[in-house]
Design a protein around this ligand. Structure first.
Ligand SMILES: [Zn+2]
Length: 500
C-alpha cells in the first residue's frame, strides 16, 4: 500500500477595511512609519471598550457565501488568552464556538469554518540578538481565518487551493491577500498514513508564498514517510518553514484549545443576522473567478493560458473586454456598409462562418494580445497597472491590421512604441511614415528603381532562380521600411520584369 498524505489548510487574510477591527485607528497595510495607526483600544489600555467593525463582518460573510458556506444567524466573539509581546491586551479577540460562517466548498475541498479575529502587532528581532522592536500598526487589524477539512492530498493541490482562494478574496474586495506583504498567510496540517486513520498531525506555520506552501508540504510529507519507514514515530507538533534551507523545523509541541482558556468576550454583544440581511448580502456577490473562466471561454472562444491570465489579472480582463466591445461596435457599423468582407490578413483556414467578421477580428485581437502585448509587457517588466496602452488604441491597431492598412511587421513596431510611450497608432504611423504602401503606382516606382539597381538579380530571376525574386522583394520591403505587403510587391515585380 502507498503512503497517503492528508492535508488541511488554515488561511489567514487581513481584511481590506478603512479602520481596524475594534477601534477607529486606520487600517493601512502600506504605512511605513511604525506605531502611527494606534489608539488606546488597540494598545489594550485598561478601561477601553472595543466596537465591532461592520465592514469586516460583511467581508467574512461574503467570502462564506461565495464559497457556498452558511452564514450563521447567531455569532459572537471569544477571548483567546495568551501572552506575547506583540499582543498588548494579553488576549486576542477571536471566534471559537460561534464563527460567522460554517461549511462551504472550493474545488472539492470542504470548508470547515470562516471566522473573524484581530491581528497581532509585528515583532522585529535585531540580528545582534540584543533586542527586538515592536510595531503595533498591525495590532487589531481585522483578520479572517478560514479552516478546511483535511481533504487535500498533495502539495500541488494545496497550492492551487490557496491560489484560487486568493483570487476569490480579491474579486470580493475582501482582502488584497498579497502574500509578500503578509496579507495572506497559510498553515498546513499534514499527516501521512497507509490506512484511512490519520497519523499524528504536524502543523507547518509561516507559509508566506505559494511556493512555500507547495515546497513545505512536499518536504514535510517526505520527512514523515521517512520517519515512519524507519520505524520511528511522527511527533504531533508545530513546525516552522525555513525558506532558505527549504526545510521544516520543530517549533513547539502543539497547544490544545483548552490552553487558550477561551470564553465569550464580555465587552462585545453577540451578533444576530436575519434571513433578509443574508439574502441581500448574497445578491452583492460579483462574478467570481470560475464564472469568469467559463464566460470568457464561451463568449470569446479563447482558451487555456489567455483565459487564466485574464482571470488572474483583473485589470487586463477589463482591458480585454473593452477592446472586444470596441471591435464589436466597429464591426456592427462596418457590416452595414460592407456586408461580407472578411479580413484579407487571415489565411483561408482561419476565416470563420456565420459570425465570421467578429471571430476573425477576435482571433487577430487574441493573437496580438497574447504573443505581442503580453510578450512586450513581460520583456519590459511592465505590470498590468503600469500599462500605457489604452484599450481603444489597441482596438484601433487591430482594426488597421484587419483592414490590411498596415503589415504585421509594422503592427509589431507600432505596438512596441505604444507600450513604451503610449499614444494612438494612427499618429505613430503618420509620424514614422509607416503607412502601408498599398498604392501600386508608388510601389511601381520603387520597384523600377530596385530593378535598375540590381540587374544581376533580375537576370538570374529570368533564368528561373526564385531566390533572386525573393531578394528583390526584400530590397523593396527595405525601401518601404517594411510598410508594404510582400505579396503585392511580388506581383508588381513580376509584372514589371515580365514586361521588360
Ligand atoms: Zn486603535
Amino acid at each position: 500500500m502507498e503512503w497517503q498524505a492528508t492535508i488541511g489548510m488554515e488561511v489567514h487574510a487581513e481584511l481590506r477595511t478603512k479602520t481596524k477591527m475594534f477601534c477607529a485607528s486606520k487600517n493601512d497595510p502600506n504605512e511605513q512609519h511604525p506605531n502611527i495607526n494606534i489608539c488606546p483600544v488597540c494598545m489594550g489600555h485598561p478601561g477601553t471598550l472595543p466596537v465591532i467593525n461592520e465592514e469586516a463582518v460583511c467581508h467574512v460573510q461574503l467570502v462564506g457565501l461565495a464559497l457556498g458556506g452558511e452564514v450563521q444567524k447567531f455569532s459572537r466573539f471569544d477571548r483567546k488568552n495568551y501572552f506575547y509581546p506583540d499582543l498588548p491586551k494579553g488576549y486576542q479577540i477571536s471566534q471559537y464556538k460561534h464563527p460567522l460562517v460554517l461549511g462551504g466548498n472550493l474545488n472539492n475541498v470542504r470548508i470547515t469554518r470562516v471566522h473573524l479575529e484581530e491581528d497581532a502587532g509585528k515583532l522585529m528581532h535585531d540580528p545582534s540578538g540584543e533586542f527586538s522592536l515592536v510595531d503595533f500598526n498591525r495590532a487589531g487589524v481585522p483578520l479572517m481565518e478560514l479552516v478546511t477539512e483535511p481533504d487535500i492530498v498533495s502539495a500541488k493541490q494545496a497550492r492551487e487551493f490557496a491560489e484560487e482562494l486568493q483570487l476569490i478574496f480579491q474579486y470580493l474586495g475582501a482582502s488584497e491577500a498579497n502574500m509578500e506583504k503578509g496579507e495572506m498567510r497559510c498553515e498546513a496540517n499534514i499527516s501521512v498514513s497507509k490506512t484511512n486513520d490519520m497519523g499524528a498531525k504536524v502543523e507547518v506555520k509561516n507559509l508566506n508564498s505559494f511556493r512555500a506552501v507547495e515546497r513545505a508540504i512536499e518536504y514535510e510529507v517526505k520527512r514523515q514517510i521517512e520517519l515512519l519507514e524507519g520505524g520511528k514515530k511522527v511527533v504531533q507538533e508545530t513546525r516552522g518553514w525555513n525558506e532558505n534551507k527549504e526545510e521544516t523545523f520543530s517549533q513547539r509541541s502543539k497547544e490544545s484549545a483548552h490552553d487558550y482558556r477561551y470564553f465569550p468576550e464580555p465587552d462585545l454583544p453577540p451578533m444576530e443576522f436575519s434571513d433578509k440581511y443574508i439574502e441581500e448580502l448574497r445578491a452583492t456577490i460579483p462574478e467570481l473567478p470560475e464564472q469568469k473562466r467559463k464566460r470568457f471561454t464561451e463568449e470569446y472562444g479563447i482558451s487555456g493560458n489567455l483565459v487564466e491570465t485574464l482571470v488572474r489579472e483583473r485589470s487586463l480582463a477589463a482591458f480585454w473586454e473593452k477592446v472586444i466591445s470596441e471591435l464589436k461596435d466597429w464591426l456592427a457599423e462596418e457590416e452595414i456598409t460592407h456586408p461580407t468582407t472578411p479580413s484579407p490578413t487571415l489565411r483561408e483556414g482561419e476565416k470563420g462562418g456565420g459570425l465570421s467578421l467578429f471571430s476573425d477580428a477576435l482571433k487577430l485581437a487574441a493573437n496580438y494580445f497574447t504573443s505581442d502585448l503580453l510578450g512586450l509587457m513581460k520583456e519590459k517588466k511592465i505590470s498590468a497597472n503600469e500599462l500605457l496602452v489604452d484599450p481603444e488604441n489597441f482596438a484601433e491597431l487591430i482594426k488597421m491590421i484587419y483592414k490590411n492598412e498596415i503589415t504585421s511587421r509594422v503592427a509589431k513596431d507600432v505596438l512596441r512604441i505604444m507600450v513604451e510611450q503610449g499614444g494612438d497608432p494612427s499618429t505613430i504611423i503618420e509620424s514614422k511614415g509607416l503607412k502601408q504602401v498599398g498604392n501600386e503606382k508608388v510601389l511601381e516606382e520603387i520597384a523600377k528603381k530596385i530593378i535598375s539597381q540590381n540587374s544581376k538579380a533580375v537576370e538570374d530571376f529570368k533564368k528561373g532562380k526564385q531566390e533572386s525574386l525573393q531578394f528583390l522583394v526584400g530590397q523593396v520591403m527595405k525601401e518601404t521600411k517594411g510598410a508594404a505587403n510582400p505579396e503585392i510587391i511580388r506581383g508588381v515585380l513580376t509584372k514589371i520584369i515580365g514586361g521588360v
